[in-house]
Each structure stands twice: as structure tokens, then as C-alpha cells.
Design a protein around this ligand. Structure first.
Ligand SMILES: [Zn+2]
Length: 315
């Protein structure tokens, strides 16, 4: 069941909504600044995640990422906040954090940037991830398949498990408003999950969950946000929340990927509502009659997520 354009009407007569949640993997000041400067010029305001702690592990695949411990990067993050971008975190660090480190990360976000992580996105295999691995799913067959074929770390996530070294679910329930679970290949998230954001009584330490469209890097982003997909998003009165990594291939030596630049300029010329993730989700949630996901919708989402993963593997 799709909501009609009328039911999802957006402020200021906008016909659709588009935003981005940018996970900060391998992001540096040099490789993300061209993207954010263009978004600024085009009037698009999105959500940028940061890490509060530099990586203690020299072998981490994310070790070259900038964090709030880098002065020039931190100054740029403050600049983005002043321009109207939403700043939130991708957890405290590129590798696992203990509860004490998580508490310190929350302090740094508050003291250095003046924000709480209203939006939370789990990162890779960090043990402090909330309801991650096999705990993302409820369908018994998909859980079995995930254990068999998927991530070998399926059960190591402890963010939501009280009494473990990585537990912070109680803190999350106070500061986090929205967390992302499943992602899909459809740009318009309402086609897969019309009740986004939603409450999930099985995962109660997160107040609201949302879904997103997945685009790992610049090439995937350019495919996802192609001209036809933009036009369909507008015609359907849809909502796009793109989960991507602006650190992955969007800019090289200070120059933005020209295809990305052209696609964003085309999108920005349309009558869309281009606000950060939590502004958009606040709006969508105010329109819900019933915040809890229907069992049929949740079942369909899990199968669709698994299907999209299989397709991606064989593409
Ligand atoms: Zn990540």
C-alpha cells in the first residue's frame, strides 16, 4: 500500500523529499569538503555523521578517516552545523568502544559541537552496535540464512545487551531519536516502508527506526539517484533517505565527481523538500496514525532486504 502524494504533502508545497545520511567511513576534510560545499550552494541540507575518537588500532581499514580530534576537520564540522546541516555520530569510533568511551564520545559531541546524536547509525562490526547482526531480523528463516551465509560476527553486537562491556542502550534511549535498520535499492523509501519512521517493540531501546536507500559509494549513488529515479520520486510524492559514504569516491584532489554534481544540480532544481534526516522524520512521524509497524509490512521489508542483498551480490 503506497501513500498518495496528498497524504505525504510536504511543507512549502514541495512534491517530494530528499536527504542523505552520510556515514563517515574513510571521510577526510579533503575528500568530503567538495561535496558539502556543493550541497550548500544547491540549498540541500543533509545529515553528516562524525566520529568523536581517533582510532586506537593502526590496522583498522578506517584509520585514515578524520575525527573530531583533528582540529581543521572539527572546525569544518562546526561550519557545516552553522550552515544548517545536521551533525550526529556514527558511534564514537571506527572500531569498538566501551561504555566509558561511549560516554566520553557523547560528552565530546555536546562540548565540542553542541549536539546530541539525534540520529544514530551503527558502523560495520563495532561491538557497541545496537540490535545489529542477526538481531536486525525476526524472520526465522532469514535469521538462519544470515547465520549461515552472512556476517561471521552475527552475534557479537552488545550495544543493547545490559551488563556487557559495550552496553549503552540506556543512554541511547535517552539521546537517540532515530536509528537506521534496513536499507533497500529503491530510492523512494515509502515504496518499501510506508510507515517510516516506526516503533519496534522488539527493539525498545531505540525510540524510532527508519529505513534508507543504500548507495555505498559515488558510483552506486550515481546509479541510485539517476534521472529516471528522480522523476519517479517526484511523480510519486516520495521520500528518499540515501545512506551513503561521501568519503568514498565522490571527490578526487578537490574535484567533485562530475556525474554526481550534475545529478544533484538537476535534483535541486525540482520542488523538493531538502532537509536533514531528523527534520524529515519528525515530519513523517507527525503524520502517522499508528506508529508501530504492521506485521505484514515488517515481514515484506525483511524479505525485500534479503532479496536486494542477493541481487547486489550477483550484479
Ligand atoms: Zn560505517
Amino acid at each position: 500500500v503506497h501513500r498518495s502524494a496528498d497524504e505525504t504533502a510536504f511543507p512549502n508545497g514541495a512534491r517530494f523529499a530528499f536527504t542523505v545520511v552520510d556515514d563517515t567511513d574513510v571521510a577526510t576534510l579533503d575528500n568530503v569538503r567538495p561535496v558539502y560545499d556543493l550541497l550548500t550552494d544547491l540549498g540541500l541540507r543533509t545529515t553528516k555523521t562524525v566520529w568523536t575518537h581517533r582510532c586506537p588500532d593502526p590496522h583498522s581499514s578506517y584509520r585514515d578517516s578524520d575525527t573530531l580530534e583533528d582540529d581543521a576537520y572539527r572546525a569544518y564540522i562546526l561550519e557545516l552545523k552553522a550552515r544548517g546541516f545536521e551533525i550526529t555520530w556514527h558511534g564514537p569510533s571506527m572500531e569498538s568502544s566501551t561504555r566509558a568511551e561511549i560516554e566520553e564520545g557523547l560528552r565530546r559531541l555536546r562540548d565540542w559541537i553542541g549536539v546530541a546524536p539525534r540520529v544514530h547509525v551503527n558502523h560495520a562490526h563495532n561491538r557497541d552496535n545496537l540490535y545489529w547482526g542477526v538481531d536486525r531480523l525476526d524472520q526465522p528463516f532469514l535469521r538462519w540464512l544470515y547465520r549461515k551465509a552472512g556476517d561471521r560476527n552475527v552475534s557479537r553486537y552488545e550495544g543493547h545487551r545490559e551488563g556487557t562491556p559495550h552496553y549503552w542502550g540506556d543512554l541511547a534511549s535517552e539521546v537517540v531519536e532515530y536509528s537506521r535498520n534496513l536499507t533497500f535499492t529503491d530510492l523512494n523509501i515509502l515504496r518499501v516502508n510506508p510507515t517510516t519512521p516506526y516503533k519496534d517493540p522488539r527493539r525498545p531501546l531505540v525510540k524510532w527506526w527508519f529505513s534508507a536507500a543504500d548507495a555505498d559509494n559515488a558510483a552506486a549513488f550515481n546509479t541510485l539517484v539517476n534521472e529516471d529515479a528522480q522523476d519517479a520520486l517526484e511523480a510519486d510524492g516520495g521520500v528518499a533517505i540515501v545512506a551513503t559514504h561521501f568519503g568514498k569516491g565522490f571527490a578526487n584532489a578537490g574535484r567533485l565527481n562530475s556525474r554526481t554534481a550534475a545529478l544533484l544540480a538537476r535534483l535541486a532544481a525540482k520542488r523538493g523538500w531538502f532537509v536533514p534526516v531528523s527534520t524529515l522524520l519528525d515530519h513523517l512521524r507527525s503524520r502517522h496514525e499508528r506508529p508501530t509497524l504492521a506485521a505484514t509490512e515488517w515481514r515484506r521489508m525483511q524479505w525485500r532486504w534479503a532479496w536486494d542483498l542477493v541481487q547486489a551480490r550477483f550484479r
